[in-house]
Design a protein around this ligand. Structure first.
Ligand code: ZN
Length: 165
């Protein structure tokens, strides 16, 4: 069982190095994401648990989660539509607080409202515009709180101001 786990992690690292370009790598990307998003949070633990048990007990063949949308990224056109719909403002929220700051189109990403790894579909209805930095902040910490000292938003704003000086 430990050997299986080591092989899984080896495969995860290989997939990461090729930027999850092969068929079937998406499940390994989900695993990487669930690992990088911290160790607390019961949903993340259950994500990891599901993926790991599927590998360790289900043999070597990794099968994508049957309920996951095979389309995991939003297209350029979809991002453009959501950018217009959001009037170029970040829609990411946490603890009831919305970022709401303006975004350059180049700095924008589309975030799944219901995360892809939890069965969220890649449709306009499940998409919202976000700063790349906000999305990363939220991705790496459970206590993401737009507008507080602990979030990367302020850092990004400060960097932007410095760049203008
Ligand atoms: Zn933002």
């Amino acid at each position: 069982m430990l050997a299986n786990f080591e092989r899984l992690d080896q495969r995860r690292l290989e997939a990461m190095n090729r930027e999850y370009a092969h068929d079937g790598d998406d499940i390994l990307e989900d695993l990487s994401q669930s690992m990088s998003r911290g160790t607390d949070g019961s949903e993340r633990i259950s994500d990891r648990y599901e993926i790991i048990t599927q590998f360790v007990f289900g043999g070597v063949a990794l099968k994508p989660h049957p309920s996951l949308d095979p389309k995991r990224s939003f297209t350029f056109e979809e991002r453009l539509i959501l950018y217009r719909r959001a009037e170029g403002k970040c829609q990411l929220s946490c603890n009831g607080k919305v970022c709401g700051r303006e975004i350059e189109f180049e700095d924008s990403v589309v975030d799944h409202i219901t995360p892809h790894s939890r069965g969220g579909v890649t449709t306009l209805e499940n998409g919202r515009l976000a700063h790349r930095s906000c999305n990363i902040s939220r991705g790496v910490r459970d206590d993401f709180d737009p507008g507080t000292e602990c979030c990367l938003l302020k850092q990004a704003a400060a960097e932007k101001q410095e760049a203008h000086v």
